[in-house]
Design a protein around this ligand. Structure first.
Ligand SMILES: [Zn+2]
Length: 167
């Protein structure tokens, strides 16, 4: 089982070393180590905005946040191989069967398709159910609980990539 906590603590320590408050960095937003045009190394990240020390909602109802850029003080440790993990990401596939339908005229045929009732659940961590009848799946709720994808994406480092224009 991947140790997400250790990885998150490593990222948090790195952010702190660079003067960024980890608690103010939302999960699932890219953190980019890059350089300004003048060659200055920087960290681009998203940070929550605070008013009187408190988070607040923006006009869309999301927690207010903005993209920021700070000078890089401590580079990301790219040799931290022990931090690579195969986190849970559950995918469910439904098997479909098809057959040619009746001649629709002019030599054209519809293709009929339907679910076979078989599904395959696979997780990025390595788990796979194989193709099984949906009713034969081990308790689906238990599978999702064990392979929960939340919190999603934790913190993704994109070293050297161009800044993400979206927020
Ligand atoms: Zn999993």
């Amino acid at each position: 089982m991947p140790d997400i906590t250790a990885r998150r603590e490593h990222v948090a320590a790195w952010l702190t070393a660079n003067g960024i408050a980890p608690d103010d960095v939302p999960l699932g937003r890219p953190i980019t180590e890059t350089t300004r045009e003048d060659g200055t190394p920087v960290i681009q990240h998203t940070a929550f905005l605070r008013e009187d020390g408190k988070l607040y909602a923006d006009s869309t109802g999301d927690v207010a946040a903005e993209r920021r850029e700070v000078d890089l003080v401590v580079p990301w440790d790219t040799d931290a191989d022990t931090l690579w993990t195969t986190e849970h990401r559950v995918t469910l596939l439904q098997q479909i069967e098809t057959r040619p339908g009746d001649d629709a005229g002019a030599g054209q045929r519809w293709m009929e398709a339907r679910n076979t009732g078989r599904v395959l659940v696979a997780c990025n961590c390595g788990y796979t159910s194989g193709w099984v009848r949906r009713s034969d799946l081990p308790d689906a709720a238990a599978v999702y609980a064990e392979h929960s994808t939340s919190p999603p994406d934790v913190l993704t480092i994109h070293a050297g990539q161009s800044p993400d224009p979206t927020i």
